[in-house]
Design a protein around this ligand. Structure first.
Ligand SMILES: C[S@@+](CC[C@H](N)C(=O)[O-])C[C@H]1O[C@@H](n2cnc3c(N)ncnc32)[C@H](O)[C@@H]1O
Length: 263
């Protein structure tokens, strides 16, 4: 190997380690430090700084980075939700987005909801800065969207107020008992016949991918691993009852979209 190639390999290695370190510090690392301090008991204590600090939000929310984190499945996952919404009759109905997310999922979902006839879209997040950031992506639609600071696990909204609810990669970040509470709330807020579109990680089929994915969760997001077994969202919904569920997996089973209709 010549010097030029050696330098290239070294630079790539350094870049990957630095990126991994950065993400560790602004996600799990920060929660570990928070756990040692007095600030660990609030309803926001599970939220990573990457979602609460505006500078970090703006630094990270760059579509190619976000797509890469989801192994370039982001577009397909969002498209599945978008097509589900566009096939629904949402005329004069309300659509809920439970928690903000990086990338273009929010503008795409809002556009799809309005295309399907929705009169309003409610975007709920526990962090004010996330809502402010989401608002900055929705210039064209802001008159049709309400931004609401609330907790997905105990919402202020009344029963049955929406006809569709999109939850994009929230569950894997919630403490386990709150995962079930968030699903209960999703059901409470939906009108009968309404649909929940849930995007999440899923247990991959190939062993190599499963091992890599397991390592990722152990290092960065340990709360996500139970989605593979004890807190599989489809099984949780079936245990709660009153849902008809359909699951589509992506990328060798590494991701899933659950479309659940409230009976
Ligand atoms: C949906 S998840 C992560 C999505 C995914 N990793 C991404 O951005 O592509 C992150 C969002 O959930 C929000 N969040 C976390 N816990 C919440 C809760 N209990 N209620 C409402 N929003 C919550 C965070 O503030 C953040 O905006």
């Amino acid at each position: 190997m010549n010097t030029w190639m050696m330098n290239g390999v070294f630079a790539l290695f350094f870049f990957l380690v630095a990126t991994g370190l950065f993400f560790f510090v602004v996600t799990r690392g920060a929660l570990l430090v928070r756990g040692l301090s007095s600030g660990s008991g609030s309803e926001k204590s599970h939220v990573y700084p990457i979602y609460s600090n505006m500078r970090l939000i703006k630094l990270v929310d760059f579509q190619p980075i976000i797509s890469a984190i989801l192994l370039f499945q982001y577009h397909g996952l969002v498209s599945k939700i978008v097509s589900g919404l566009e096939r629904s009759d949402l005329k004069n109905k309300k659509v809920l987005i439970t928690s903000c997310a990086f990338g273009n999922v929010i503008p795409r979902v809002v556009q799809a909801a309005l295309n399907a006839g929705a009169e309003r879209v409610l975007i709920v997040d526990i962090i004010h800065n996330e809502l402010a950031h989401a608002r900055s992506k929705l210039g064209n639609f802001s008159g049709k969207v309400d931004f609401i600071e609330d907790n997905a696990t105990s919402m202020k909204q009344e029963d049955g107020v929406v006809d569709a609810n999109v939850i994009f990669f929230l569950l894997h970040e919630l403490p386990h008992h709150l995962k079930v509470q968030a699903l209960n709330e999703a059901g409470r807020l939906l009108a009968p016949g309404g649909k929940l579109f849930l995007a999440e990680f899923h247990r991959p089929e190939p062993r190599v991918l499963r091992a890599l994915s397991w390592t990722y969760f152990k290092v960065f997001e340990p709360l996500g691993l139970t989605l593979w077994n004890t807190h599989d969202p489809l099984i949780c919904l079936e245990n709660i009852g009153g849902w008809t569920c359909e699951r589509t997996t992506f990328f060798f089973g590494n991701f899933q979209i659950i479309t659940a209709t409230k009976r």
